[in-house]
Design a protein around this ligand. Structure first.
Ligand code: LLP
Length: 434
């Protein structure tokens, strides 16, 4: 839950706003974004990593309002498509404070990044090195770049979000020699200025040993670059991926502790390798925005199903689902939820919160104890939906995507409005009505 969430007589309040009032005004489902919580977490990272540049990873969730908050809190911004770059541009975010990721940026996206003067472009393939070098030559611009390397680490997280083992699409392998080759090609290219190496090992990681191993391997490469190519890249990025608590089982590290551990390792290693400490940066997304948001749904139907062995499970269907939170279906993610609209003295019953989409895997919360009298019209809130929920939302089954409502000091503000059926039909140019 975000820091201002609390229950008053069974009614959940966030940012001083009672969720039933929010739903009465804005409808459901809705993402409820706690502004103070977002800013506090952004600031906590910035303060803990004071000697680093902290890039907020916009893929977790980005809109113009959030881009402004990121800027106001003194963070940099990581984008990974022309679309995210356009949001940053609309928000007036200083391009020099933006990093641009992606394993397949288009020529148009790279050109736009050069025109805007994006602060760093993270290169991911030999094709891209050539492509950007050519564009820089054509436009006369100098591109400041980082080389994304694969540290060969098995991060303990879901396979789809682990990115530093060898057999996946991102980065240049250190082991195979590609990373060193990429650096030497960047150095040889006019119009490319090498800032440093970049490593991102994956997402929703709790075990800091993965970061340690990655940092050691990347620094070893840094030392080889110094020895063999005669240059010392001035910067290094250690990526994002810091895990958050989705249920009470998870125990996330706090930013200050992470900063201490990471800095200690980098300093030790640089001393051992006899190289200078590069300017470091990190790219947290989930750890800043994830806990700041909850999703509020209205219950539509309730159904009891008998399980093998005689137990029963209550299926609670809500007015959203995998179109606003794909993470349970895609990563087998665990979420929790609570009855948000009233107190109940009913005993707890094992419930599964499901959506309204036409497939059985449309599950929002796999297992939760809800009061046995949970009924149509009740509101249910799911915490920890700030990261990779709205940003991965779809229009599956032609569901309009929910709004993002910022709350603060008892006030609500729509920062992303609800989609309408007209929005859904706007791109369908087949049959014009009338
Ligand atoms: N930097 C790079 C290069 C990344 O690829 C990512 C995430 C981040 C930073 C931010 O990672 P974070 O701090 O948010 O974990 N959709 C998945 C997560 C995909 C992460 C993609 N890259 C999920 O819902 O778990």
């Amino acid at each position: 839950w975000s820091s201002t969430a609390r229950k008053v007589d069974g009614v959940l309040e966030v940012g001083g706003v009672a969720l039933p009032d929010l739903v009465a005004e804005h409808g459901s489902p809705a993402y409820v974004l706690d502004e103070a919580d977002f800013r506090d977490r952004a600031r906590a990272f910035r303060d803990a990593f004071a000697a680093y540049d902290v890039f907020y990873a916009g893929k977790a969730f980005l809109c113009t309002t959030v881009a402004r908050w990121v800027d106001e809190e003194g963070l940099f911004l990581d984008v990974c498509t022309g679309g995210e770059l356009a949001v940053a541009e609309r928000a007036g975010f200083d391009p020099a404070r933006i990093g641009f990721h992606g394993n397949n940026k288009t020529v148009a996206e790279l050109r736009r990044a050069l025109e805007l003067g994006v602060g760093r472009i993270i290169l991911d393939s030999f094709v891209e090195i050539d492509r950007l070098a050519q564009l820089a030559a054509e436009t006369g611009a100098t591109a400041r770049v980082m080389v994304r390397v694969t540290a060969g680490v098995e991060a303990h997280t879901h396979e789809y979000i682990a990115t530093a083992h060898e057999d996946q699409k991102f980065g240049f392998s250190i082991t195979s020699g590609d990373a060193l080759e990429a650096v030497s090609r960047v150095l040889a290219a006019d119009g490319l200025e090498l800032l440093g190496l970049h490593s991102h090992i994956g997402s929703q990681i709790f075990d800091s040993s993965g970061f340690e191993v990655a940092a050691r391997r990347v620094l070893a490469l840094q030392a080889r670059i110094a020895a063999e190519l005669g240059v010392v890249p001035p910067e290094m990025d250690l990526g994002g991926g810091f895990g958050i608590a989705y249920t009470t089982q998870d125990d996330p590290a706090d930013p200050a502790q992470l900063a201490t551990e990471m800095s200690k390792i980098v300093e030790q290693e640089c001393r051992a390798l006899d190289i200078g400490v590069p300017r470091l940066s990190i790219e947290p997304g989930r750890a800043i925005v994830g806990p700041s948001t909850c999703t509020v749904y209205e219950v539509g139907t309730v159904k009891e199903v008998a399980l093998d062995g005689g137990a029963r499970r209550t299926y609670v269907s809500v007015d959203g689902g995998m179109s606003d939170n794909i993470r349970t279906a895609l990563y087998d993610a665990d979420y929790s939820c609570t009855l948000a609209s009233r107190a109940s003295a009913a005993p707890p019953t094992l419930a599964r919160v499901v959506g309204r989409h036409c497939e059985a895997g449309d599950i929002v919360v796999k297992d939760e104890f809800l009061p046995a009298d949970v009924a149509p019209g009740d509101l249910v809130a799911v915490p920890g939906t700030g990261a990779y929920c709205r940003s991965m939302a779809s229009n599956y089954n032609h569901a309009p995507r929910p709004p993002v409502i910022a709350v603060r000091d008892g006030q609500t503000r729509v920062v992303v409005r609800r989609e309408s059926v007209d929005d859904l039909l706007a791109t369908d140019v087949g049959v014009v009505s009338g």
